[in-house]
Design a binder for this molecule. Structure first.
Ligand SMILES: [Zn+2]
Length: 182
């Protein structure tokens, strides 16, 4: 299991390239497709299995179409966050090549996190649901404040304490650190 973090676009969105069970998966390619492609090349990654989205905001989806065209791959999202560039759908508790889907509505209706329990320590790709030091994604773009707080408390802070949280923007944190703020 290997994770590459790359910052793209005006809003400095974190793109994650995950290698798990011999598959490479791109999560949230928000902008700058050429930068993502050169990162793949730099790491000798020639095959990508698919793209996954944590949610459907443009700063997380901006490079999906060029990457799909270039790499001939498909893109998946949660059923409730389907947008035009999406080819396949997933739901809460689905497991995609070792990535466990956790539906965390609030920032968007179909927003979700991807939990990788087999990583040591475990990893959570969190999109814009939770940010370090008690932060969370804005809820004024199709979201709901009550829902996002419930998602964080009921679905994220219950994960193992040593889980590393990789958010959609900014630095990583852990479940243990975030519990202090809630
Ligand atoms: Zn967002």
């Amino acid at each position: 299991m290997k994770i590459i973090q790359l910052e793209v676009g005006m809003l400095q969105t974190n793109v994650y390239i995950i290698n798990i069970n011999d598959c490479n998966i791109i999560i949230d390619p928000g902008a700058e497709p050429e930068k993502i492609l050169s990162e793949l090349k730099k790491n000798n990654i020639s095959e990508i299995k698919y793209i996954l989205l944590t949610h459907n905001h443009w700063d997380h989806t901006g490079a999906v179409i060029p990457l799909k065209n270039k790499l001939k791959i498909k893109c998946g999202s949660h059923t409730l966050d389907k947008v035009e560039c999406v080819d396949f759908l997933f739901n809460d508790e689905d497991v995609l090549d070792g990535l466990q889907v956790i539906h965390t509505p609030g920032h968007t209706t179909g927003g979700c996190c991807f939990f990788i329990p087999s990583a040591n320590p475990p990893i959570l790709i969190a999109g814009d649901t939770i940010f370090p030091e008690g932060g969370y994604g804005r809820t004024d773009f199709g979201g709901n404040e009550k829902d996002i707080k419930k998602s964080i408390k009921d679905k994220i802070l219950v994960l193992p304490l040593n889980t590393i949280i990789y958010p959609g923007h900014g630095e990583s944190t852990t479940v243990e650190q975030e519990k202090e703020y809630w």
